[in-house]
Design a binder for this molecule. Sequence first.
Ligand code: ZN
Ligand code: ZN
Length: 369
Amino acid sequence: MDEFAARLRALRERTRAKALYVSALPNIRYLTGFTGSAGHLLVEPEQATLFTDGRYRTQAREQTDGVVVEVSAGDSRPALAASVRSLRLKRLGFEANRLDYETHSFLDGELPHCRLVPLKAEVESLRQIKSAAEVEAIRRAVDLNSKAFDEVCSIVEPGWTESRLAAELEYRFRSLGGEGPAFPTIVASGAHGALPHAQPRPEAIKPQSLVVIDQGAILDGYCSDMTRMIAIGHPDETQNKLLQAVLEAQEAAIDAIRPGVECRTVDSRARQVLRLTTVGGTRLDTMFTHSTGHGLGLEIHEGPRIAPRQRQKLQAGMVVTVEPGVYLEGRAGVRIEDVVVVTERGCEVLTSTSRALRVLGESGASQNG
Ligand code: ZN
Ligand code: ZN
């Protein structure tokens, strides 16, 4: 049985629904291999049917195997509704966390004798546990991301703008064989770095400032995600304090990762370390304003969430980021992020790039500091 057939079977076993309508494109891709931008998947006990439009006639048949492909001239939702009617289905499960209101209303109107039953994140739950092939795909995306970072670090010079640095990275995501960025690249220097999701500005990176670089490439559909710090000139005492604390927090969180551990435990390990350091009388854990990490795969943000109050237990095959950060308003931000796979006995960090600060000298050559 190929990987897609196994996933469809796992979904059927999980939901025990007679028929399930999958509307989210990443979920359709996960279950069938189809990568088009328009599609609706009907999963029945013995058959799966992909409804799409004429633009994907060839692609849908090439990318899928063991799936019935129905091609419509335009919108393929009427064909989906007609199929459900012809099957005389009394209940149809749908993705409550994904289906848009308009499509739900349309199906409700077209299917007066069929009850639409909300199902919550069933495919996403399956997707949390990666197969060996998926872990390798993520590893390749992570390696490509690291290569782009290394190449840009070898040519970056004082005077570059944040936008230039982001553009050079994103250019390499494609030129090195990837599909592009998994999310808008973050390059944030100095006080701008204190905004966790800062957008790159067309402003030159100033000497003596820390730069947060949060980047991710997509390769063969799978995402990578990494945050590293660079600086022009050596950091001062406060900057060093932030860097050291975040590094230790990240290491403590990674050390806690193994099957059976609750996500909130991993999150609290990072916070416990940050609590031990203060800057200007303020504890660093109070400046850590987001969660410690997230799953990733076909999408950049997947389950599980490594966050406070998350009692979900880690399992082998989960792939998560570990990315504590501290944000000193008006001064600087520091975040360090790696991708980690949970193994049978512990975990493996997939990101190979050194976590050390890259200090860029006046000459432009970068070095590990
Ligand atoms: Zn990131
Ligand atoms: Zn992330």
